[in-house]
Every structure is written in C-alpha cells, then in structure tokens.
Design a binder for this molecule. Structure first.
Ligand SMILES: CC(C)(COP(=O)(O)OP(=O)(O)OC[C@H]1O[C@@H](n2cnc3c(N)ncnc32)[C@H](O)[C@@H]1OP(=O)(O)O)[C@@H](O)C(=O)NCCC(=O)NCCS
Length: 170
C-alpha cells in the first residue's frame, strides 16, 4: 500500500499494464542529500552541453523561487523536476529527468501533474520550458500534456543546439 502525498501505485497510472507493478512510486520534496544523485541522473538524461554541472543544478534547486519534486520507489530515485517561479505569474520548467529504465511508466506524468497543480494553486498563468529541437520524446511528452511550441531559439544550448520553447496556459 502506498502512503503519502502524491503516492500513486503504478497500476493506477498505467491501467493497460505496460509494466508489471512491483513498487510504489512516491513524490517527495528535494533534500540536500539528493543533490549528487540528481546530478548523476541529469548527466545520464542529457548529452554534454545540455546537462547541468553540479554547480548549476545546486543553484537551481537552492533558488528561493524554485520547487523540486523527487520521484522515488523502493529501488531509489526515478526522476525529478525543477520548476522556477518567475515574475508575471509565470512558471518555468528548468528540467524534468526520468531515468531510462523507468520511462513510459508514468513517472514524468506524476512529476508534471505535481508541478502544474502547485503552479495553479499559486495562481500562475502559464508554464513554459525549453527542449532541444531533436528531443522528440520530450516534445511528444509535452505536446500530449497540452504544451504548444511557440518559438525556436538558435544556439540556446552551450553545445550550439536549437531549443524549442513550449508553453501551456493554466
Ligand atoms: C520526457 C520524459 C521526462 C518523459 O517521462 P516519462 O516518465 O517517460 O513519461 P510518461 O511515462 O509519464 O509519458 C506520458 C506520455 O508522454 C508521451 N511520451 C512520453 N515519452 C514518449 C516517447 N518516448 N515517445 C512518444 N511519446 C512519449 C506519451 O503520450 C506518454 O503516454 P503513453 O506512455 O501512455 O503513450 C523522459 O523521457 C525523460 O526524462 N527524458 C530524458 C530527459 C528529457 O528529455 N527531459 C525533457 C526535456 S527538458
């Protein structure tokens, strides 16, 4: 039995049984002791030039206007999301990272649901994000949640890649 805020048994997330239910995925708030694990996950999720340095990640999670949710089950941290609150009632998804072995099992959905629910409660009007122009899985993930591409920014990433800017009105 899962306990706690945002606890969702995977069977409830995935009624069509894409993955056998073994564990209970929970969301919890970030703790300082997570930082090294989150950095390892970010390095595994993104290529050099897009992934964050440990220092950058620390700056994002420590910012007074940011919120970080961590998804965890018995096997460890499966993913995390950082949302920054910006002026004009705007939310910015700094990153969402799900480890490869846990993808397509609803972890990203849990994280985004939590962030959007928090943003709506705070009275934010929209959430935006950037994603690499060749990151088709992320583009499909966001589009399925109602995010629309509104812009492209050339040379957005330190490796020179173009970013899509996607927005969802809350
Ligand atoms: C993008 C990402 C966060 C999605 O997380 P996830 O836990 O796999 O997503 P979910 O299982 O909740 O997927 C929800 C829906 O999004 C869409 N989706 C997710 N991954 C997809 C993919 N690879 N291809 C097409 N659609 C996809 C589907 O509609 C999916 O529903 P379905 O599985 O019932 O078809 C994950 O792939 C990831 O961490 N990638 C590496 C890091 C990254 O690119 N982050 C985003 C850029 S900032």
């Amino acid at each position: 039995m899962c306990k706690g805020l945002f606890s969702v048994p995977q069977a409830a997330i995935s009624p069509f049984g894409r993955r056998p239910v073994r564990n209970c995925m929970k969301l919890r708030a970030f703790k300082r002791s997570d930082l090294a694990a989150l950095h390892r996950i970010d390095q595994s999720c993104f290529p050099p030039g897009i992934s964050y340095s440990a220092r950058e990640l620390d700056r994002f999670v420590s910012h007074a206007k940011s919120q970080t949710w961590v998804a965890e089950d018995g096997a460890g941290i499966a993913g995390f999301l950082i949302l920054a609150q910006e002026p004009q009632k705007v939310g910015h998804i700094v990153t969402i990272d799900v480890i490869e072995s846990q993808r397509r099992s609803g972890v990203g959905t849990m994280l985004m649901d939590a962030a959007e629910t928090w943003a709506a409660r705070k009275g934010l009007r929209l959430i935006y994000l950037e994603t690499a122009d060749d990151n088709r899985p992320a583009q499909a993930f966001y589009a399925a949640r109602g995010y629309a591409k509104v812009d492209e920014v050339a040379n957005y990433y330190p490796n020179g890649q173009t970013a899509w800017v996607m927005v969802k009105w809350l």
